[in-house]
Every structure is written in C-alpha cells, then in structure tokens.
Design a protein. Structure first.
Length: 254
C-alpha cells in the first residue's frame, strides 16, 4: 500500500502542494488531475523520493520511504513527464543499463528486454541511438524501463505523451491488466476520457490543494456531472470554455 500523509511542499513561503493525503491499495488505479501549475509534478517527485516533503510523509506498507529509499525504488516503476534519456545510447543499451542498476539477473534482464522491445514494436530499432528516436519511441522505452523489473507500484506521469493511437490503446489496456494483477498505479494524465475509464479513484487538485477525492463514480455524482470533463471544468476552471474558444476565433478572423 502506498500512502501520502499530509503531504506538503513549500518553496520558501510559496506553497506548491498542501496537505495531500490518499491511500493507494494493490489493484487500484488513482487518477491525479489538475490544471498546469496545480502541483501534480511536485507531488510525483515526492512520491518517487526525488523531493523531500516540507511536511508530511510518503509511506509504503506503513514505512516512510526515506527510511529505505533504495528498497522502495526497487519496488517502484516510474515514467516521468519528460523523456530525458541518454541520446548516445541505443534503446537496448539504455535498458541494459536500467536492468543492471536495478540488479536484475543477467539472463532475466536479457529475456525481458528482448520480449518487451518486440511487444512495444521497438525490436527493429534496438540498435538505433535514442537521439534518433521519435518522442513516441522514447516514451515506449520509458514504459519498458518502468515495467521490466515487475514493480509493485507504478507512478505514471503523462505516460501517453507522444504515443500514437495504437500505443495509447495498448497502454490503456496494459494499465487495466496490471491493476487486475494487483499492481498499485498512480496515474497523472490530461486525457480525461482515459482517466474516467481506467481509474478507480480520483484526486483533483487546484492551486496545490485537493478539491475532490474519492471513488471515480462518487466524485462525479457529488458534483452532479455525468462526465469527468464536466466535473473537472466545474471544479478547476469556473470559465465557459466554449465562449473562450469563440472569443479567440473572433480575434483571429477579425
């Protein structure tokens, strides 16, 4: 179980995240939503141990992750928002490096890399440098690196960024399959229709504070909306997006 307890992060006196709390059980998918600048990436960095919280703590099975950060990360698969990879390495070399750093046995590491490169349609590109990969190909390499050591917890920060239609559909089904096999998944995404379909729980942030948290159906019902898109706009924007679009067109065509 992954748990955030009163999680807060301040930069000086400026709050980025305030008092975020949730429990993520095995088999659950938690959707973490909010406008740009609402604190999603800061939360992710605290959940992965890249940032120390100003207040509160992140626990795995009741133990603060910073008590044994290396052990926690061994159980964690992480796809960051930005695909910052080593451009001079090939796809295969990068995955070999990841597997070695995760202390995967050689035979299992090679078998997983071979199989996952083929399944993610990267087999023909395994010896090509990452600097030559498209954004979608780099994203698939990140997904493989997150999955290859069979983690208990997955933290996915905009994992569909750059993926084509087929890869996006594969990922959506993959998340459902992984949660069905007991993986705990923390899922940040702007693709609201996917979040609505695959997430069992939702948290919606605004200006670093939680403004909605609960089972997905319960959050929608409490706001009186039939779709997540309507719920999200009502809670976070408070603006008529159709009118904004109309006003933009009026300016452009005037």
């Amino acid at each position: 179980m992954l748990e955030a307890r009163g999680l807060s992060k301040y930069y000086g006196s400026v709050p980025a995240v305030q008092n975020v709390a949730f429990r993520l059980e095995p088999g659950e998918v938690l959707g973490y939503l909010g406008p740009n600048g609402s604190g999603k990436s800061t939360t992710v960095k605290m959940l992965t141990g890249l940032l120390q919280p100003s207040h509160g703590q992140v626990t795995q099975d009741g133990e603060d992750i910073h008590e044994n950060l290396a052990g926690y990360r061994k159980r964690l698969g992480y796809v960051p928002e930005e695909a910052n990879l080593y451009p001079y390495l090939t796809g295969e070399e990068y995955l070999e490096m990841v597997g070695t750093l995760r202390s995967m046995p050689g035979a299992r590491r090679k078998s997983r890399i071979d199989s996952l490169l083929q399944l993610f349609a990267l087999g023909p590109h395994r010896q090509v440098s990452l600097g030559s990969y498209s954004k979608g190909m780099r994203q698939r390499i990140l997904l493989i690196s997150a999955l290859m050591d069979n983690p208990d917890v997955l933290i996915l920060d905009e994992p569909m960024s750059g993926l084509d239609v087929t890869s996006s559909l594969v990922l959506k089904n993959l998340i459902q399959e992984l949660s069905g096999r007991g993986k705990a998944i923390f899922f940040c995404s702007h693709v609201l229709e996917v979040v609505e379909k695959i997430c069992s729980q939702l948290i919606i942030l605004r200006k670093g504070q939680v403004i909605a948290y609960g089972r997905t159906t319960e959050v929608l019902q409490s706001i009186g909306q039939s779709t997540l898109e309507g719920t999200f706009l009502q809670l976070t924007e408070g603006r008529d997006v159709a009118q904004i679009a109309n006003d933009i067109v009026d300016v452009v065509v005037a």
